[in-house]
Structure formats: structure tokens, C-alpha cells
Write a protein that binds this ligand. Structure first.
Ligand code: SF4
Ligand code: SF4
Length: 72
């Protein structure tokens, strides 16, 4: 089924605090073992977003953007 929302993570801005993972009520974001160029571990979007935007609001580094509609 097509995703109703698109969750974009700007990996270069992320500092690996995982507040987004903690706040997501849908478990749509999870900790990954990948790191960005600054060495911070990255979250990954695993699907199932409900569009609440809590991740976008809590991210201290403005690294997450949630949009309506699936990925083109
Ligand atoms: S809240 Fe922002 S900075 Fe923290 S892990 Fe998530 S995307 Fe990265
Ligand atoms: S918008 Fe809400 S449901 Fe979607 S990934 Fe962010 S916190 Fe999770």
C-alpha cells in the first residue's frame, strides 16, 4: 500500500540524539547502525507514519521534514 506521508531525514544535520525515535507513536523511526559524515548514528524511517509531525517538532536540529503524500 502506498505511504500516506513522506518522512525525510537530512542526514547531514542529524546529531543522533534519537529523540525522534523516542517520540514517534507509530514506531515508524528506528535507530540504525549507519552514521553520517560527522560520525553520528542515524535514525531510519521504516514506514507506517501517521503524520503527527512530533518527530519534526522535537528534532533539535531541524533535520526531519514530514510531508503529505507518498514519495514520488
Ligand atoms: S531528533 Fe533529529 S537530530 Fe535527533 S536523531 Fe532524530 S533526526 Fe537526528
Ligand atoms: S510524523 Fe509522527 S508518526 Fe510520522 S514518523 Fe514522525 S513522529 Fe512518527
Amino acid at each position: 500500500m502506498a505511504e500516506e506521508y513522506t518522512v525525510r531525514i537530512d542526514e547531514s544535520l542529524c546529531k543522533g540524539c534519537f529523540l525522534c525515535v523516542w517520540v514517534c507513536p507509530a514506531d515508524a523511526l528506528q535507530e540504525s547502525d549507519r552514521r553520517n559524515e560527522r560520525g553520528y548514528r542515524l535514525p531510519e524511517y521504516v514506514g507506517g507514519c501517521r503524520g503527527c509531525r512530533q518527530c519534526e517538532l522535537i528534532c533539535p536540529d531541524l533535520a526531519i521534514e514530514v510531508k503529505e503524500g507518498g514519495e514520488e
